[in-house]
Ligand binder design. Structure first.
Ligand code: SF4
Length: 363
């Protein structure tokens, strides 16, 4: 008999990483965690050189089409360019942060140093290597953009959120990282084989109690992806763009690779920051990145579909491109999926276009 105090680990964590590659129908699939989403254009180009590149709904990068055994070369390359600082913790470095924090004057704190501190502290804590690969931290600077993305533990300004619910706890920036790590430890102590805090019975309340809080209402925030040019407080310019269906093409990489500060965002987009002016906007548009809010690609997403996923009933990406191309942006986000799993669907209100044996149905 398993004691209720003894977590059982019957299910292996199959979440892909760099060292644990998922065998997809189109080859190996590796996920590269990018805490906060920020990297240099040169680092982005280094990842792109390893295979087809996608931006995920957590602001990470995904490499597709790897040949058998290619993960060894991928890991070596990523280590060389500083994108694989830990082998033990590589799959738990799931941190989303407000992309424009500290740059555009919004928000009540600068989440950039907190992102760095959280990543370092996470990787330095051996016990936290046991976190599931799906466990997500969010650092929202108070503007309400990433706090609504379904993170397990988050700060929203001073508030600590647990699976989207207010824990009642309030923290200063200096206290934020220790409290988030304590929340992650509390989840590990409470879980049996759940992957997410929201899957754990009464999970937010149990973790809040361990932290000295008392869980309250769900916090409802819905952030918008940065699209177009934004003036930074230091006089530089940042430009946000949606990546059509989250797939970065060689043309996209060619333009982005020369930039010093690139962010992959959880809305399957990119932000290029610290630019002298908005001149790059035309170059991004010329290669097909969506720099206007009216573009359909600012609101349309799709799962891998055929041929990348053997479960898919259709080539949902080709069908989504054909359907939405040239049309205005949908009023509600739309997600196309090749089967009921609906991988990568948005967390907020959206329309699901689901492939069936007989075509598509809308839900
Ligand atoms: S939703 Fe279904 S078809 Fe699409 S990637 Fe997920 S498992 Fe594959």
């Amino acid at each position: 008999m398993v004691s209720p105090l003894t977590p059982s680990r019957d299910r292996a964590d199959a979440c892909p990483g760099v060292l644990q590659v998922h065998a997809a129908a189109d080859g190996g699939l590796a996920r590269v965690r990018i805490p906060g989403g920020w990297l240099t254009g040169a680092q982005l180009a280094a990842v792109a050189a390893c295979g087809g590149l996608e931006v995920t709904s957590r602001g990470n990068l995904q490499v597709r089409g790897l040949a058998p055994g290619a993960e060894t070369a991928l890991a070596a390359r990523l280590s060389e360019v500083g994108l694989l600082p830990s082998h033990t913790h590589e799959r738990v470095r799931n941190i989303v942060a407000s992309p424009l924090t500290g740059r555009d004057g919004h928000g009540v704190l600068d989440a950039r140093p907190l992102t760095t501190a959280l990543d370092r502290a996470l990787c330095a804590d051996p016990a936290l290597a046991e976190l599931p690969g799906r466990f997500l931290f969010a650092l929202d600077d108070g503007r309400g953009d990433v706090a609504g993305l379904g993170a397990d533990v988050a700060i929203h300004g001073a508030a600590v959120l647990l699976a989207g619910r207010d824990s009642g706890l309030r923290v200063s920036p200096a206290e934020a990282v220790p409290v988030l790590l304590a929340a992650a430890h509390a989840f590990l102590a409470e879980r049996s084989d759940e992957w997410r805090l929201s899957e754990l019975d009464d999970g937010p309340a149990r973790v809040a109690r361990r932290l000295g809080g008392s869980v309250g209402a769900s916090v409802s925030v819905a952030g918008r992806p940065p699209i177009g040019a934004v003036r930074q407080v230091d006089g530089h310019v940042a430009i946000g763009a949606a990546v059509p269906l989250g797939r970065l093409t060689p043309d996209h990489i060619a333009v982005l690779s020369g930039q010093s500060s690139v962010c992959v965002t959880p809305w399957r987009g990119v932000v290029v920051a610290d630019l002298p002016d908005a001149g790059l906007l035309e170059n991004l548009a010329a290669v097909g990145l969506a720099v206007e809010r009216g573009s359909p690609w600012a609101g349309v997403t799709a799962c891998a579909g055929r041929p990348g996923c053997a479960r898919s009933l259709a080539d949902v990406r080709a069908d989504a491109l054909a359907f939405h191309g040239g049309r205005p942006a949908p009023s509600l986000p739309v997600h196309w999926a090749g089967c009921e799993r609906a991988c990568g669907r948005p967390t907020g209100a959206h329309e699901l276009i689901l492939a069936t044996e007989d075509g598509y149905e809308s839900r």
